[in-house]
Design a protein around this ligand. Structure first.
Ligand code: AMP
Length: 543
């Protein structure tokens, strides 16, 4: 037999130990709720992370127990990112923007045993604490916010627990062991859980480090504006630790002036966020020294050409568009222009940068006919459902009977996005089959919004579509049919919805139509509505 390589597991303790050994003097900077920044070296971070492992033991968190976070991007959150999986437990990042009922569902569905909460977020989670069935420990991480502690619950203090704990050794043998999980909200029904293994996270981290994807390196200073609670901050938190890159964590300082200030003062080289963030930050960049900045990865929603070009004009850097999903860890494609296309005319290059790009190493992407499932040609014209496969693409949803609907018979993930692929392999998303609106990087369920509107006694039918918005990428437009013999106004519907849905779900406009167009099987035809009203100019477009 020919010799083979050693079979060593791809597990997070290896990434952790690299930072501890080789990057101990590098810094993680975190913005707090008072407007200040706190500095921590990787050495201090590593010691605290080991102590946090001790805290989890002391709290009696079970062997593969789920530990939830309700937190901004902070050095503390990064401690949880490693201490939880490196001690064999499963990190569950709760998305702070989910609907309250969704948060209750996911905490109970994941059977979270503890929740680590940033103090500034206590007000959001406080009203839900009684609905959590399995949570035994609530730990508060004080970020300087004066938020009151909700009455009737006991909270432990993160710093006190760390001070009283011993550092532990980390060891994980099975690379397929679950490391973390994140729920994604779909069209209807409850959010669906995606489980990341040590192996998938390890490989994804290396994926984020390859030069032709994001290309994170030790010399970088990374500002992940993209949240650690939604799709793993696009892998940047792990990649920073793996390389020893400096990290600038904004914490609750998410305003455009604060972010622009951090980019300048900390000499950020990679700043990543959704298009809404970069739209807000752009006017704040005027007159600042941004010479350190080398890359602005952006995704979560389509990056408008104009935005990318505005950055090219002002900062000298076009935006680097990436596409991915919670289900794909998320990094799946990056719109880097290969050398073979670099001599194309400028307007073609602009178009290529506005596409979702070719897949990164390890990921397969294809388009398939939505009815027959047959694979479609890469002609840049034939559109079909985008499907994905790879070692960091999920194979199922956690404990969810809806799983089979999302996968093809050969195991590819049906993404719910509709795309064409060019002969060069560039993916261009043209539509989506999933019925949702993505506003500022977070989902609004059209179907739930429609149900709430249709609960109004004077409404017969309501269909919600996403319409492009200069600031939020998309905002909901409601197309409403009044009940026979009834009259209802936009204001009455908005007033009716107030309190029934989160404020940021309220439609930006409501138009009245005589009938909602239907498909052959009687479903609302969103495609027709999008064709008819996709260009509708929202009254909020100038805000
Ligand atoms: P999530 O799982 O919440 O991160 O959402 C993933 C979905 O966001 C994708 O299936 C797309 O619909 C959308 N998305 C992500 N990145 C992009 C992008 N670069 N362009 C267009 N849509 C995107």
């Amino acid at each position: 037999m020919l010799g083979t390589m050693q079979d060593r597991p791809l597990v997070l303790p290896h990434i952790f130990e690299r930072a501890e050994k080789y990057s101990s003097r590098k810094e993680i900077i975190t913005g707090d709720a008072t407007g200040g920044v706190q500095r921590r070296t990787y050495g201090e971070w590593a010691d605290r992370t080991r102590r946090l492992g001790g805290v989890l033991d002391q709290l009696g968190i079970s062997e593969a127990g789920r530990v939830a976070t309700f937190a901004w991007n902070t050095a503390n959150h990064l401690e949880l990112y490693f201490a939880v999986p490196c001690s064999g437990r499963v990190l569950h990042t709760l998305n702070i923007r989910l609907f309250p009922e969704q948060l209750t569902y996911i905490v109970n569905h994941a059977e979270d045993e503890a929740i680590f909460i940033d103090r500034s977020l206590l007000g959001l989670i406080g009203p839900l604490l009684d609905t959590f069935e399995t949570v035994k420990h609530l730990i508060v991480m004080d970020d300087g916010a004066p938020t009151e502690f909700p009455a009737g619950h006991e909270f432990a203090d993160y710093e006190e627990l760390l001070a009283g704990a011993e550092p532990v050794e980390f060891s994980v043998d099975d690379e397929n062991r679950a490391a973390s999980m994140c729920y994604t909200s779909g069209t209807t029904g409850h959010p669906k859980g995606v489980i990341y293994s040590h192996r998938s996270t390890f490989l994804h981290t290396m994926g984020a480090m390859t030069a032709d994807s994001v290309g994170v390196a030790e010399t970088d200073t990374i500002l992940p504006v993209v949240p650690m609670f939604h799709a793993n901050a696009w892998g940047l938190a792990h990649a920073a630790v793996a390389t020893g890159a400096s990290l600038v964590m904004p914490g609750p300082q998410m305003t455009p002036p604060a972010l622009a200030g951090l980019i300048e003062s900390e000499k950020v080289t990679i700043a990543a966020g959704v298009p809404t963030i970069w739209m807000g930050v752009l006017p704040e960049l005027e007159g600042r020294d941004l010479s350190a900045l080398r890359l602005i990865p952006c995704g979560g929603s389509a990056v408008p050409k104009a935005l990318s070009e505005a950055y090219r004009a002002q900062v000298g850097l076009p935006i680097l568009q990436a596409w991915g999903m919670t289900e794909t860890s998320p990094l799946a494609s990056v719109a880097r222009i290969p050398s073979t296309l670099a001599d194309r005319p400028e307007d073609e290059l602009i178009d290529l940068r506005a596409s979702q790009g070719p897949p990164v190493l390890c990921v397969g992407l294809r388009v398939a006919d939505q009815v027959t499932g047959e694979e479609l040609p890469w002609d840049g014209e034939t559109s079909g459902e985008l499907q994905a496969a790879g070692p960091w693409v999920t194979a199922s949803y956690y404990n969810d009977e809806r799983s089979p609907q999302s996968f093809t018979s050969d195991g590819w993930l049906k993404t719910g996005d509709v795309a064409v692929i060019t002969p060069e392999g560039f993916v261009k998303i043209v539509d989506r089959t999933k019925d949702v609106v993505k506003s500022g990087g977070e989902w609004i369920s059209s179907v739930e919004l429609e149900n709430e509107i249709m609960a109004h006694p004077a409404v017969a039918e309501a269909a919600v579509i996403g319409v492009s918005h200069p600031k939020w990428s998309e905002r909901p437009l409601a197309c409403v049919v009044a009940a026979e013999g009834s009259e209802v106004t936009k204001e009455e519907i908005l007033e009716f919805l107030d309190g029934r849905v989160p404020g940021w779900w309220l439609p930006d406009d409501i138009i009245f139509i005589s009938e909602v167009p239907k498909t052959s099987v009687g479903k609302f035809s969103k495609k027709d509505l999008r064709e008819r009203f996709g260009d509708h100019v929202l009254p909020t477009a100038g805000d």
